[in-house]
Design a binder for this molecule. Structure first.
Ligand code: F6P
Length: 357
């Protein structure tokens, strides 16, 4: 008998279901002796023993379904070692449930924080396989995470729609794209949508450079300018502040987000009408795009194969278009950021895109 536990943790994204389906399809092709324990709402389900017994039937028809059939929640890694409000040791509770159910392994789908906890459980002796999900594409060890391409499509659609109205009205438009720490999504959606200015956390912007880029377009006779701005875009001055000073600044920040601060500054300096559009969580919603369906299925299949071989302690990722296994200890705690010196940034700049630097 093979007993596997499964959970999805952290912010959801497209193709979580496709990835779980991939794992189960692969396993059920090889063994009929399979028990699947689906832990509900992320690590919470594992801590409090909240699970559903699942069968192959639960995974049919979900390839195209967004969200996660298991539910998810955020449980910061930092708090994992703190007892809960009733004094329960969370790590101990997860281990106890794992051993009580006699699991052979846990399949964990998640992003950065999730991987830190997954690695902690590995260090504690549990058999773990992880799959890299997040629209942010910021997991180290894999060229791509699932959810990312679907989110790029949605953010691009948004910029496409903004293009037509921006050109009709001759306005400056800011589209705020998700990503607090990294700019992969903004960079890709910005380039795909033909944004004129792209601001990402990895390249602090100078407002005068942003204004210069807008005015240069005006001079060339362009009626509008589109900025793709990451949630975590940061000005050059703010990037010089210590973490503490920046936190202090944000504690009495008068704007809903950086885009509104930028909008006010641009409008003051250029006298132009500026509008902000925030697609927000739509970027994580809906059906996975075909690329993500295939990609997540491939990852799931490899995860299933590793389980059948009894090879644990890996994240399954992709490198140079090949599915690979990456030791969990190498992945945990590392962020994959956009390198300001990378070729894609140079190419974007050579197309005339301004990064405000
Ligand atoms: O981690 C994915 C992500 O969508 C980020 O891009 C975004 O900043 C954050 O989650 C939003 O988190 P929440 O869903 O908790 O508001």
């Amino acid at each position: 008998m093979l007993r596997i536990g499964m959970l999805t943790s952290g912010g959801d994204c497209q193709a979580l279901n496709a990835a779980m389906r991939g794992v189960v399809k692969c396993l059920t092709c090889s063994t009929k002796d399979l028990e699947i324990y689906g832990f509900l709402d992320g690590y919470k389900g594992l801590i409090y023993g909240n699970f559903r017994m699942l069968t192959g039937a639960d995974f049919t028809g979900i390839l195209t379904k967004g969200g996660t059939i298991l539910g998810t929640s955020r449980m910061p890694f930092k708090q994992m070692r703190d007892p809960d409000e009733n004094g329960l040791d969370k790590v101990d509770a997860m281990k106890q449930n794992y051993y009580k159910l006699q699991l052979d392994c846990l399949v964990i789908l998640g992003g950065n924080g999730t991987h830190k906890t997954a690695n902690l459980l590995r260090e504690e002796g549990l058999n773990i396989i992880t799959l890299p999900k997040t629209i942010d594409n910021d997991l180290w060890g894999t060229d791509m995470t699932f959810g990312f391409q679907s989110a790029v499509d949605i953010a691009t659609d948004c910029i496409d729609c903004i293009h037509t109205t921006a050109s009709s009205h001759g306005r400056v438009f800011i589209v705020e794209v998700m990503g607090h720490k990294v700019g992969w999504l903004t960079l890709n959606a910005g380039m795909a949508g033909g944004a004129d200015i792209i601001l990402i956390p990895e390249i602090p912007y100078k407002i005068d450079k942003v204004v210069e880029a807008i005015q240069a377009r005006n001079k060339r006779g362009s009626r509008f300018t589109i900025l793709a701005v990451a949630e975590g875009a940061i000005s050059h001055e703010d990037s010089k502040l210590s973490k503490k000073e920046y936190k202090e600044k944000l504690s009495h920040y008068p704007y809903p987000s950086v885009s509104y601060e930028l909008a006010e500054a641009i409008s003051k300096k250029t006298g132009q009408e500026v509008r902000v559009t925030v697609p927000g969580h739509t970027q994580r919603g809906g059906a996975p795009c075909p690329y993500d369906r295939v990609f997540a299925s491939r990852l799931g299949a490899e995860a299933g194969s590793l389980i059948l071989k009894g090879e644990y302690g890996f994240m399954v990722g992709i490198r140079n278009r090949e599915i690979v296994k990456v030791p969990l200890e190498d992945v945990a705690g590392k962020l994959k950021m956009v390198d300001p010196e990378s070729s894609i940034i140079k190419e974007a700049k050579s197309l005339g895109i301004s990064f405000g630097d």
